[in-house]
Every structure is written in C-alpha cells, then in structure tokens.
Ligand binder design. Structure first.
Ligand code: DSN
Length: 419
C-alpha cells in the first residue's frame, strides 16, 4: 500500500505521528464507511489542503486584506467564490467559514439579534445541534422552537410547521437536517416564512453534493441565506460556506470576518476551490445519482429483511433505521458493526426515548462507498451484511463471515490515493 502522505518529512520528523496517520490510513482502507456525513476526498483536494497556503495570513476579503503579500491568495479565494457561485447559482458566496457550525453562527449573527425566536427541526427528529439545541450556542443565544416529523409517516408535517410558525412568530425559520432521509420542500418553507414575516435559512450541509448533482431541489431560489459544508456529499475538505441573496452580502461577510472568525484558512479555501471544480464535472452528476440509487438499494434490502426504516425509504444519501423491533440499541449496533469492519453511527430516531449516547437507531449513508465505486450488487451485499450483524450482534461467527466479505470489497475498491 502506498503512503497516505506525499512527502517523507513527517516520517523522519515525527515518526510517532506518522505511524498514527498510517494507522488511520489502514483503518479507512479496510473499513466500509457508511457514516452519512463522511466521504473520501480526491488526491487533488488532499494536496491543496496539505499545501504551503497554510502559512499565509489573509484577514479580510480579496482586494481588502489587512496583510501584504495577498495577491495570490486573493486569486485563490476569488476562484473558490466564482466556482461556488456557478455551481449553486447564488448571488453571493462566502467561503471562509471554518466549519458548518461556524457558518451557521455567522448566518445567525448577520440575520437576527440574540434573544430572537428561531424555528428549526428538532435534533432528535433529524435536525442539527446548531439549529437551536439547548446544549449549543444556538439554543443559548436564541429562543428555539422546534418542529418534527409525523409519528406515522416519519416525514416533515408541513402543516404543523405552518401552525407552529403562526403561533411562535419566529424571526428566522431554519430548514435542513442531518438525519432526514427525504426531499425537503423549500418552496413550502419559503411560503410559511413569508406568511409570518420570518427570514428563511436553509442548511444544506448534508445534501450540498446532491443539489449540485441535480438529485435534490435547490433552496437557492427560496432562501434568504443558505449554509453548508464541503466535506460531506460535496466531497471536499472539512469546511463551511454561506450562499446568500445580494441584499445580505455585506452583513454575511462582516458576520464571518471580523464578526466571528479571524484569518481564513487559505489551504482549506484552496481545497474547497478544487472540490467545486470537481463538482462541476459531468461525472459528479453521475456520482450524485449513484449515491441516491445506492441508498435506495440499502433501504430496499432493510425493508425486505424486516427492518424498520424511518419514513419507509429514502430520497437522498441516508437511511435511518429504528432498531426497536430488533431488541438492540444504536450503540450496540454501532459497536457490533465496527467489529465487523463497518462504520455507521448510532442515531436518535423520531420520538426516541433513549439518550443520544445510546440511541434507538442507526444512520447508514452511501456517499463514501459510492466514491469507492461499490457496484449495486456489492451495496446489496453490504446491506445484507448489516442485517446479519444486527440480528446476531454478539455472534463471532457472523462477525467473522461479514468481516471477510468487507475486506474483500475494500480490497477491490481502494480509497482515493491508493488506486
Ligand atoms: N455531526 C455531523 C453529522 O454527522 O451529521 C453534522 O455536523
């Protein structure tokens, strides 16, 4: 196996750290990654991320920096911005947020005063920590009201959202989720926001790649502000971005810098630019289609095998399983799968009574195995392997059988950089 690193300096300077990176390299290469928020970036993205751009301070924005020597990084940031504008059809783009949480923080700072009411999807129904959870800044700085999914269908109850909005009178409505398997109707959200005089923010952290790949509708025509991350279905480096209407451009920019961040991570912005270019290629549309097709295969196998799939299927990159009828917790499922070489994460399911540490469900995502080129038959086999482990989580025989199949598939589909 080739080294995960392009230089030998780390090996000689810090062999201890080098070995740890190589261990992680081996773990990724020999694991089937079904964590819905993870992916494997291209070698080009990795090279940009590991470049000497990390040395440069560039507080400010292209043409308006607080340091000298910013000509080149100005071009890099402008390139990332113009590629993202083309990709999403947005009026304005800010590529500086260090992460999705930072992007959300800056968006709130730009749009609403502290103490304002926000209306967002409940964390346990598929929302995100930064959408008003009590333990997050978003729940501490704002008064959060939450909507969820219908108990029977597992799908967002838009009439309930409408009624909550008219009672709660939020300043900002947030659409977007981290474990919701269905298409989100942004036009209904925008209509509700307009009716109650609220702004609409959409968080596309999970589905950004599906939107640019044309397999999920875009919120850009409907939302005042859209936040996202580059590392998930977009298959870029770890980081955030904000898209907005021109009217909010100045407010968004000053909320990111100097409002909530200092110097931008230019190596990360360069890697974002690379991933935006990759996402503009026709092959990315194929990739996005395959992510969804593979998730649908997983859902079908689970349903055939009698698993409880929240909402009865999927329209996107993830499948959420309610484990109640199997008699195991999310944590037990996650641990048993990990022993067999499969990474998936425990997750609360709607109306779950367990804590997030234990959880009653399992989230299974297909972005990473689709990047590795798993065929439909292999995805079917992966789904069957999961069922086998979930049925017999303590069986060493089942674990070994599944682990052998996992290693064979991993061998056939190296991670980018090892191919
Ligand atoms: N924690 C991420 C996820 O796994 O969905 C979102 O930030």
């Amino acid at each position: 196996m080739k080294s995960a690193l392009t230089r030998d300096a780390l090996r000689s300077t810090d062999p201890e750290l080098f070995d740890l990176v190589e261990r992680e390299h081996r773990r990724q290469a020999s694991t089937i990654d079904l964590i819905a928020s993870e992916n494997h970036v291209s070698r080009a993205v990795r090279e940009a991320l590991g470049s000497l751009l990390t040395d440069k301070y560039a507080e400010g924005y292209p043409g308006r920096r607080y340091y000298s020597g910013c000509d080149v990084v100005d071009e890099i940031e402008s390139l990332a911005i113009s590629r993202a504008k083309t990709l999403f059809g947005a009026d304005h783009v800010n590529v500086q947020p260090h992460s999705g949480s930072q992007a959300n923080f800056a968006a709130y700072l730009a749009l609403i005063p502290s103490g304002a009411t926000i209306l967002a999807m409940d964390l346990s129904h598929g929302g995100h920590l930064t959408h008003g959870a009590a333990v997050s800044f978003s729940g501490k700085l704002f008064r959060a009201a939450t909507y969820g999914v219908d108990r029977k269908t597992g799908v967002i109850d838009y009439e309930h959202v409408r009624s909550l909005a008219s009672h709660q009178r939020p300043s900002l409505i947030i659409a977007g989720a981290s474990s919701y398997p269905r298409i989100i109707d942004f036009s209904i959200f925008s209509e509700i926001a307009r009716d109650v005089g609220a702004l609409l923010m959409v968080d596309i952290a999970h589905i950004g790649g599906l939107i640019v790949g044309g397999v999920h509708p875009s919120p850009v025509p409907y939302a005042d502000v859209v936040t996202g991350t580059t590392q998930k279905t977009l298959r870029g480096p770890r980081g955030g971005f904000i898209l907005s209407r021109e009217a909010y451009a100045a407010k968004i920019d000053s909320a990111v810098f100097p409002g909530s961040q200092g110097g931008p991570l230019m190596h990360s912005i360069a890697a974002k630019a690379v991933s935006f270019l990759e996402a503009q290629q026709p092959s990315f549309k194929e990739y996005a289609r395959a992510i969804v097709a593979n998730a649908r295969i997983v859902a079908e196998v689970f349903l055939d095998e009698g698993l409880r799939v929240v909402s009865g299927g999927t329209d996107n990159h993830l499948v959420l399983v309610d484990l109640a009828n199997l008699g195991i917790t999310g944590r037990e499922a996650q641990d048993a799968l990990e022993r067999a070489g499969i990474a998936a994460n425990r997750n609360k399911v709607p109306y779950d009574t367990r804590s997030a540490m234990i959880a009653g469900g399992l989230r299974v995502g297909t972005p990473a195995i689709t990047t590795r080129g798993f065929s439909a038959d292999e995805v079917r086999l992966v789904a069957r392997c999961i069922c086998e482990v979930l049925r017999e989580p303590t069986s060493e025989l089942a674990r070994d059988r599944v682990h052998r199949a996992v290693l064979e598939m991993c061998e056939r589909h190296p991670i980018p950089g090892d191919d």
